[in-house]
Design a protein around this ligand. Sequence first.
Ligand code: DC
Length: 216
Amino acid sequence: MIRIAIDGPSGAGKSTVAKAVAERLGIDYIDTGAMYRALGYKMKLKKVEPVEDDRLAELLNSTEIDFSEGNIFLDGEIVNDRIRTPEISMAASACSALASVRKKLVEIQQGMAGRKSVVMDGRDIGTVVLPDAELKYFITASPEERASRRYRELIAKGQDVSYDRILSETCERDHNDSTREVTPLRRADDAVLLDTTDMTAEEVINRICTDACKMI
Ligand code: DC
């Protein structure tokens, strides 16, 4: 069994790398950011404010999030594309600062990892969700490089977005994610730091797969 934890700020390329590593090793990939996005999306839809109150508790109790064949299901419905907009990025960041939200999602994530091999990416995988993971990485890149990667990704999907807006939102989310009171984004002491500003995705994937193969 091998559990690979990949953490880092938005747009560092975590999901591209994590997905490819999982595919090469033939193990499951769990995108925990997509889970915060799905919840942020549902809160927006139901007009539930990102504050700890009864409406939030009720929403958490009546929410199911699952992955199957590369799709994310929110209450049984596929929401892959609906959760990938700048608006939902901000909603996810806001809801991820709430203790009750993190408690609920961490429980689901630990249940999903169970006792099997997985690659999981997020912000607190090496520190909270899978503190005993066999391999831990903290992947980062400059804010400008991360914003331009996100910009190219959204433009390729046909979304009408501006680079400047994405850069300022990247910086705002970095600030929110690393200064929130509950589990702020930080590198686990035993995580390998990979600055990917001048690395291709392929180089990062090869590095992790090489490390993993030494352990299998
Ligand atoms: O990785 P992403 O951009 O899809 O994540 C969306 C938001 O969810 C981001 O603002 C940080 C938050 N998040 C988190 O707090 N903990 C995680 N394990 C994953 C994501």
